[in-house]
Design a protein around this ligand. Sequence first.
Ligand SMILES: C[S@@+](CC[C@H](N)C(=O)[O-])C[C@H]1O[C@@H](n2cnc3c(N)ncnc32)[C@H](O)[C@@H]1O
Length: 308
Amino acid sequence: MDIGLDESSDGMASGSEAVDQLIRRGLLHEVSTEALQMRRPWYLPPPTPNISRSARTSSDLQREFGQEKWGSLLARLDLMRSPTVEDADLVYFGEEESIGCLGASLFSGKSIYLNEMYVAAISEILKNHTQGMDVVDLGAGYGSLCLRFLADDRLAIDSLTALEFTHEGRECLRILGSPFRGLKVGACDFFALGITDVLIEPGSIILTSMSNMYVNHDQKRVLTDIINWGPKIVFHFEPSMSNNESELGWERDRYMSENNYNTALLPTLRSLEAQGLLKVLEVREVVAGINAVLPVGFISWQPTTFTR
Ligand SMILES: C[S@@+](CC[C@H](N)C(=O)[O-])C[C@H]1O[C@@H](n2cnc3c(N)ncnc32)[C@H](O)[C@@H]1O
């Protein structure tokens, strides 16, 4: 679907430009935290069907992503002729409405439009780093983010290695990625030593978005495996515990812990930094979210071999 966002002069709307255009077209509306609370009353346990509250196992992940999410998407893509990632987003988000966020501002509207805002916000951060680079996406899903990045001239990515845990997600990536040159699709598993058998070029950019949040133990080993690939820089767009003493901050923290999402990323990076293995370059608590109670933040870091 072409939602007809105007583009900035260099070809891509930033998060705030995207949201301005969507608001002007009546597709998103700025709302208050009270609207969020009315929609999803706080201090009540969220409904979490099919998701165990203990740490997720491989079979939990296989059921959630392999069968339910990417498996049903794949069945729909199989019926379409040359589907694009935008077609897949339309199937995946459907008519669902949500309240999302960009920084401190909250917006209501269809998830498909909140997703446009979300992708634009992340692209804006990446655009200064990706020119001519090999990018590796760990836990790429069906490619909703990474295939858009690959298609984006302003990011000018040289090659993309999209690695995904589920067979169904990898099949979606192959179908949706077929028009692109420079795309390699393969398997990865944060639970397995080494994460992947695919060769990662030293000096690559490593990316995770809402995938490292499923690491259920041994964050240190996952980060050590990444360091051993010798990446130039690593970017995480992941939710984290907030330091925000507001009701929305508490609600976000409660959502993270009730759903058992990984909160160990930043503390583990800090401890590896103290050991001299890496340098944390930037931390932002909230970038954007399609769900305002589960926004992604941003962390970038480099192995010390690159900072010396
Ligand atoms: C919420 S989706 C995010 C997909 C994509 N990164 C994006 O931002 O659109 C989470 C992804 O993480 C993957 N994942 C979950 N656990 C994983 C693990 N142990 N190893 C590798 N990937 C995993 C899932 O299969 C799923 O595709």
